[in-house]
Design a protein around this ligand. Structure first.
Ligand SMILES: *Cc1c(COP(=O)(O)O)cnc(C)c1O
Length: 418
């Protein structure tokens, strides 16, 4: 059944005329999504990588409902509140180095916009003009708003359609194995007077195709950025909060970026919240007697207390429960379980990092057919492009994880319509 013209909802990345009707979810719990028709699906992707502790975790639910009784929201201009103060201090303590200054927003894309604006404005504050572009990497994804979109992969992203509308950025290939510095070094040198910053998704480019690079490559990018005096923005919106096996992906490379973007799992998948976190050095460029040197941003729902309460509760769980060990255990099981696919015809690659398992097809499968087959197997995964991937809740029970792996193995080995 396709959606009808009279439906009121306009859905994400969806050709409304051709799309099959979405499934109706009525409840979630742990790793399960219950549908209106009574079926339960095992969620293999934790609602776009957000629900790290599983759905409806009682600790987060209680924190949000307590906050709801007291103060669901209050403006952040001229006022402050304990949930935001506490969360900012905790994030600063958890992040490496002196990433100490936290600017809250309400979505990942906006966190990236703020990071880009911060980078551009810090040059203006220094009295340097013309530094308005960023160096970004092919294969990257940074969000759907204008600045974020302009830093996404120039071919797969939305450049082809929106090119004329977007700011023009400098794109480089992201080395996948060793880290040949020359090309990157040359690009930074060639554009040195117009670049404001470098932006990268550390270790895994998520929505661009779950493309991975080793920590040494990230370390090289950080070293070159420093050498050229360019702030490094680490977009940890996908990788943050344990997904790659460490709390933040940058830690694996020993890299302290100048600016970090966080969102997705920040509230444990409960509420919309994002943060752009800067080092003391970046913050000091805005610290001035000149009001015009203030960071020029301020969303209406900035630091929403409900969302901050959810995020604080999520951090409690990271402290109290062994999430990183769970990510490692999931990774080991994904590695072992998906390995047989490596030998199957039609499979180009199988890769695992932390609690991310990716199967890449040699050709482009019929995604609609694939999605349908997964639902029939009782699992919820969202293949895109030429991949199908698993990024389950870090708390997923072993039995559920095994069912996800078995479904991916069976269906990827024989995806009709490929
Ligand atoms: C999802 C994502 C974004 C955008 O976040 P939204 O909350 O969807 O705006 C940006 N960068 C990365 C790496 C992401 O995975």
């Amino acid at each position: 059944m396709t959606e009808r013209r009279g439906d009121h909802l306009w859905r994400p990345y969806t050709q409304m005329k051709l799309a099959v009707a979405p499934l109706e979810a009525v409840a979630t719990s742990g790793s399960r999504i219950t549908l209106a028709d009574g079926r339960a699906l095992i969620d293999g992707i934790a609602s776009w990588w957000t629900a790290v502790h599983g759905y409806n975790h009682p600790h987060i639910r209680d924190a949000v409902s307590n906050q709801l009784q007291r103060m669901p929201h209050v403006m952040f201009g001229g006022l402050t509140h304990a949930p935001a103060e506490k969360l900012a201090a905790r994030l600063a303590a958890l992040l490496p180095g002196d990433l100490n200054h936290v600017f809250f927003t309400d979505s990942g894309s906006v966190a990236v916009e703020v990071a880009l604006k911060m980078a551009v404005q810090l040059w203006l504050n220094r009295g340097v003009s013309g530094r308005t572009r960023v160096l970004a990497f092919r294969g990257g994804y940074h969000g759907d708003t204008m600045g974020a979109m302009s830093a996404c992969d120039p071919d797969e992203g939305m450049h082809r359609r929106f090119g004329a509308y977007l700011p023009s950025q400098v794109f480089c290939d992201l080395p996948r194995t060793a880290a040949p510095e020359a090309a990157l070094d040359a690009a930074m040198a060639a554009h040195r007077h117009e670049l404001a910053a470098v932006i990268v998704e550390p270790l895994v480019q998520g929505a661009g195709g779950m493309l991975m690079h080793p920590p040494e490559v990230l370390a090289t990018i950080a070293r070159l950025s420093r050498r050229h005096g360019l702030p490094l923005i680490a977009d940890e919106i996908f990788t943050g909060f344990g997904r790659t096996g460490s709390l933040f992906a940058c830690e694996q490379a020993g890299v302290v970026p100048d600016i970090v973007c966080l969102s997705k799992a920040l509230t444990g998948g409960t509420m919309a919240l994002a943060a752009t976190v800067a080092t003391s050095e970046i913050f000091s460029q805005f610290w001035s007697d000149d009001p015009a040197h203030a960071l020029m941003h301020g969303p209406t729902f900035m630091a929403n207390p409900l969302a901050c309460a959810a995020a604080n509760a999520s951090l409690d769980l990271f402290e109290a429960e062994p999430r990183l060990a769970q990510a490692e255990a999931i990774g080991a099981r994904l590695d072992e379980g998906l390995a047989p696919l490596r030998k199957k015809p039609g499979i180009a690659d199988v890769r695992v990092l932390g609690a991310i398992g990716v199967v890449q097809f040699a050709g482009t499968p019929d995604l609609a057919v694939l999605k349908q087959k997964f639902v029939e197997r009782g699992v919820w995964v969202r293949p895109f492009g030429d991949i199908v991937y698993l990024t389950p809740a870090l708390t997923i029970p072993e039995g559920d994880l095994d069912r996800l792996i078995a479904a991916v193995c069976d269906i990827a080995a024989a995806p009709e319509g490929r």
